[in-house]
Design a protein around this ligand. Structure first.
Ligand code: GUN
Ligand code: FE
Length: 428
């Protein structure tokens, strides 16, 4: 058990706003799981509190993964030869079908939970599969890590293999409600999130029913939106009643005010869809590495930010190759540079400061006051030892703190994690 009031000493970095990094060599103070701010010296009254000495190391708010698929963890890093729909058929659905076997699920989800614990992530929105027992096992395992997660039992009942179909919407909804009742309030760190895979996988009856569950239970909601051109065309045919893809979700209750919603990808939204997401305060989970790997496209993040849309980052394993969100930050910067150079010279690239903001405060807002060391934010902290990166000949001493943080985006991996606190509790 971590102390009620304690401090971490080191080089504290957090986003003051989207463009400005606050950097202070000093102490970040925690009381009852809440940050009290960063100080150059410990206040006199606190001279005897527990202080973890991480002098010289970088201390950042925990990173937030707004979109990751736990059952896809074993098949990450290969099978990037196809676009979304063919990729789902060939690689993803056969893997997810295996999770009817609880023993297999326990093995994979155990490895996933351990890897997430050893990553820079402190909070995540996680997809499971359609299987309730395996999903509850995933929640149990994530609970033990101390990380804060929202976990979804995936809904799908059309355009998928028999083994992955929940069948009649009424049955799928009944199962989903049972799972909600079994999981809501059961955990300290883990909560359920409604998770229709995407519109092509769910009948209207199922989607409308999930919209009603969202109202009844007030639980959050996640899905995929506008990732790939063929997918978008397909949704147009499936939902002739709707103006566009986002509107199709809105009509089916995905964006109601009773709880938060996060939509992954949003690569090809038109102006009406952007307006709708902005108005309904829907979060966008930007998954740039995934969008490159599946040749999906480049999401216009500069435009979304200028329209006031909430944006965070997602690893989207296994379309993304790694749980390391520094890679998502780097990919966001890189993708935005190509977007600017090749497509829209008026949409300036995302800076490294902005990428850091997206991975902390941007996505953190989905979890409440999360993603900063400002007073009042939940105390999630990640301690980084980047000395290994200097061992191969790159300087550390002469580098600025900002340069060291940027180098983490390009060279850092899980071996640089020194320690991790979530909600004021030491978890690693
Ligand atoms: N769209 C529907 N399902 C998926 C999935 O598993 N991964 C990605 N990247 N997109 C999806
Ligand atoms: Fe995904």
């Amino acid at each position: 058990m971590t102390e009620k009031r304690f401090a971490l000493k080191g080089i504290c970095i957090y986003s003051k706003d989207r463009e400005i990094l606050e950097i202070k060599d000093g102490y970040v103070l925690c009381e009852n799981g809440v940050s009290q701010g960063v100080f150059e010296a410990l206040p006199e009254a606190d001279s005897d509190i527990k202080c973890y000495d991480f002098s010289g190391k970088l201390i950042i708010p925990g990173l937030i993964d707004l979109h990751v698929h736990a059952p896809q963890y074993p098949i990450r890093g290969y099978g990037m030869d196809l676009e979304l729909l063919a990729w789902l058929e060939k690689y993803i659905f056969p893997e997810e079908a295996k999770f009817s076997d609880l023993e297999y699920a326990e093995k994979v989800y155990g490895a996933f939970a351990e890897a997430l614990l050893k990553s820079f992530t402190t909070r995540a929105c996680v997809y499971g599969t359609i299987h309730t027992a395996a999903g509850l096992k995933l929640m149990d395992l994530l609970e033990e890590t101390g990380l804060k997660t929202m976990v979804g039992k995936v809904n799908m009942n059309r355009n998928c293999p028999e083994a992955l179909s929940e069948g009649e919407a009424s049955e799928a909804l009944e199962d989903t409600e049972k799972w909600l009742k079994a999981s809501e309030g059961k955990y300290r760190n883990t909560q359920p999130i409604l998770t229709p895979r995407f519109i092509p996988s769910c009948t209207d009856a199922l989607l409308y029913g999930l919209g009603r569950l969202k109202v009844r239970y007030g639980v959050p909601y996640q899905s995929h939106l506008s990732e790939n051109p063929s997918e978008i065309e397909w949704v147009k045919r499936l939902c002739p009643d709707s103006e566009n893809y986002a509107d199709a979700y809105a009509r089916r209750g995905a964006f109601g005010p009773e709880s938060k919603t996060v939509m992954a990808h949003c690569v090809y939204l038109n102006d009406e869809e952007i307006e709708l997401l902005s108005e309904k305060e829907v979060f966008v989970a930007h998954c740039p590495e995934s969008n490159i790997n599946l040749a999906s496209g480049i999401a216009p993040i500069r435009k979304y930010l200028s329209k006031g849309i909430h944006v965070g980052l997602g690893s989207d394993v296994a379309a993304g190759s790694t749980l390391n969100l520094f890679v998502a930050m780097r990919s966001a910067v890189q993708a935005s540079k190509l977007y600017w150079r090749l497509l829209h010279s008026d949409e300036v690239p995302i800076s490294m400061e902005e990428a850091f903001y997206l991975a902390t405060k941007g996505g953190g807002a989905f979890f409440g006051r999360v993603g900063s060391f400002e007073k009042g934010y939940r105390f999630d902290a990640v301690v980084i030892d980047d000395s290994r990166l200097a061992a191969d000949g790159t300087a550390s001493q002469e580098m600025t703190v900002k340069e060291r943080l940027e180098r983490m985006m390009y060279l850092g991996d899980a071996s640089c994690l020194a320690s991790k606190f979530v909600d004021g509790i030491l978890v690693r």
